[in-house]
Design a protein around this ligand. Structure first.
Ligand SMILES: Nc1ncnc2c1ncn2[C@@H]1O[C@H](COP(=O)(O)OP(=O)(O)OP(=O)(O)O)[C@@H](O)[C@H]1O
Length: 247
């Protein structure tokens, strides 16, 4: 598998805090990669650097072989690299279907595009994706009335609207009840196998990430501590120590 995303020696500081300290990692096209590490180890900062929210202090980030570290969020999203957030970002007063339509437009022309009628192809894709995440029956319900787990599924469907090549998911299962978690894992896997979306997933739930990821990178103190298959990471003493605060 060729590298879709390559992070080369990236450092990001906030004043005296080195949040990412010479981090290198790559995500192959077609894989589900996991990113783990104790609180404050630099996972979200790395996502922000990749997605263009933060400028890196040094190092380089390549997407499909092209440098993207100088680009902002919107142009990066247009290249097919999209992220989701720990907190859901949906419009509660709009219906699920309207949220889907808006997410298609936000990366394709800004708020001005909202004034234009929704193209039939967008409506069809929104319907298909709502069905894909199991929310088709809720399409006309206000998004703010959906359960938290359903809102996360809606947000996932919204992220798929623009046919991302790489989706960065920040704690997709946080706050979701165990029954819905299994459904979400299934949808993430199917997005990977059926829709061809490569995934890079930050996850604190070890059961989820060990189950889902093909390969896992563990950060500690802003640095890459370990990298390997779920089995290798599970058996790595350094990873356990980092979580116990020993490393
Ligand atoms: N905007 C910011 N300004 C100042 N310091 C920051 C900022 N963002 C992150 N940090 C610091 O950078 C370090 C890494 O934080 P980051 O949020 O990336 O870790 P994390 O692994 O995502 O943590 P968590 O698992 O708790 O979300 C922490 O010391 C944090 O306090």
């Amino acid at each position: 598998m060729s590298a879709l995303l390559e992070i080369r020696d990236v450092t990001k500081r906030f004043g005296g805090v080195v949040a990412n300290d010479h981090v290198s990692l790559s995500v192959a096209k077609g894989e589900i990669a996991g990113l783990i590490g104790p609180n404050g180890s630099g996972k979200t900062t790395l996502f922000n650097c990749i997605a263009g929210t933060h400028a890196v202090d040094s190092g380089e980030i390549l997407f499909e072989g092209k440098p993207i570290s100088h680009l902002r969020t919107a142009p990066i999203a247009r290249l097919g690299l999209v992220r989701t957030w720990q907190q859901t970002r949906i419009y509660g007063e709009m219906t699920a279907a309207e949220n889907m339509a808006i997410s298609a437009r936000e990366t394709n022309g800004g708020l001005v595009a909202l004034l234009r009628p929704v193209p039939p192809a967008t409506i069809r894709r929104a319907e298909d994706l709502l069905a894909f995440v199991g929310l088709h029956e809720k399409r006309d319900e206000k998004a703010g009335r959906l359960s938290f787990g359903q809102q996360k599924l809606l947000e996932f469907a919204m992220a798929l609207m623009n046919e991302p090549k790489l989706l960065l998911l920040d704690e997709p299962t946080a706050g979701i009840n165990p029954t819905l978690i299994n459904g979400l894992i299934d949808r993430l896997r199917r997005a990977n196998t059926e829709l061809g979306v490569t995934l890079l997933v930050i996850e604190h739930n070890m059961r989820v990430i060990m189950n889902l990821a093909h390969r896992i990178t563990c950060l500690a103190h802003g640095q890459v501590l370990a990298e390997g298959t779920p089995d290798e990471i599970r058996d790595d003493r350094r990873v356990l120590d980092a979580y116990l605060g020993v490393a």
